[in-house]
Design a protein around this ligand. Structure first.
Ligand SMILES: [Zn+2]
Length: 288
């Protein structure tokens, strides 16, 4: 599932490409995943201008004129593609199979310029919602989300407070609890503990203050680095140009079971273990 760095990369791409465009039409082959009747959804969005895109946890919020928000959740395999079908140079990424499962299309126009925003989603779990900006604060899932790890509010103190509600959980599960810290999933819940030298199966209550300090620092560092590398494409995630990210080449432990540890001078091996139904990865030697 796309996590914070992947969703942020998509949001940055949307802000670069579709801001100021007006939605002129909408097509879908899978209206079930739109959280309102198709006819009303179409009627509500057509004619509205795209003001900006924002990320909240793993959600994409597209602000529309008239104080509406269109929320897109990519779930397992969803991603958004921005296409200029009149472009002279064809984008070869759009021809790849991973980008070919188009479930919804938004047709956009700005003056004489036309773009198409496609939602490709192999597994069909992605969802779309529309609501009033004034309902954002009381939104049933968004309002319960925890602290944003790349916001000013993500201080060591607030990180410690967020984890203190999860004292009996494994670190791996606590980092992934969206209602405590928003945006971290399976990949970064293994990568962050590796960088901090802490095993993800440690109980939160056993973490010492230096370890919490290292984890806090690495949450920020790892996520920022992953954004810089346009996210991890270990499966279906692609950016708005249909291109894969780069961070999968830099993963230290996620998906690396059986391989030698990448930490300098460590001769350990990466192990994989299920923690609460999710796979966690760590080095059996240098992570304590
Ligand atoms: Zn190691």
């Amino acid at each position: 599932m796309p996590e914070l760095p992947e969703v942020q990369t998509i949001v940055d791409g949307l802000n670069q490409k579709i801001k100021g465009y007006t939605i002129v039409d909408f097509w879908t082959e899978w209206p079930k995943t739109i959280k309102m009747p198709l006819a009303s959804f179409k009627k509500e969005i057509i004619g509205r201008k795209i003001i900006k895109a924002e990320r909240r946890a793993k959600n994409i919020l597209i602000y529309l004129s008239g104080k509406k928000i269109m929320l897109v959740h990519l779930k397992m395999t969803g991603h958004l593609l921005v296409k200029d079908e009149k472009a002279k140079v064809k984008n070869k990424y759009f021809e790849e199979k991973v980008n070919g499962y188009i479930r919804h299309s938004w047709f956009l126009k700005k003056g004489k310029q036309e773009l198409k925003l496609d939602f490709s989603d192999l597994r069909k779990f992605g969802r779309v919602e529309l609501f009033n900006e004034s309902d954002l604060k009381n939104h049933e899932t968004l309002s319960k989300l925890g602290i944003e790890p790349l916001s000013k509010e993500f201080t060591l103190e607030n990180f410690t407070i967020a984890l203190s509600g999860k004292r009996k959980s494994a670190l791996h599960s606590a980092l992934m609890d969206q209602n405590k810290i928003a945006g971290i999933g399976n990949i970064y819940a293994s990568e962050v503990p590796f960088e901090a030298g802490v095993r993800p199966n440690r109980k939160v209550s056993s973490l010492k203050s230096e370890e919490l300090k290292a984890l806090h620092k690495e949450v920020i560092k790892v996520l920022q680095k992953a954004i810089k590398h346009r996210g991890t494409s270990d499966s279906d995630y692609r950016d708005v140009d249909g291109a894969p990210g780069d961070f999968q080449k830099l993963l230290k432990v996620y998906g690396q079971q059986g391989r030698a540890c990448k930490r300098k001078n460590c001769k350990g091996e990466i192990v994989r273990q299920k923690i609460g139904q999710r796979s966690a990865f760590w080095c059996s030697k240098c992570q304590k």
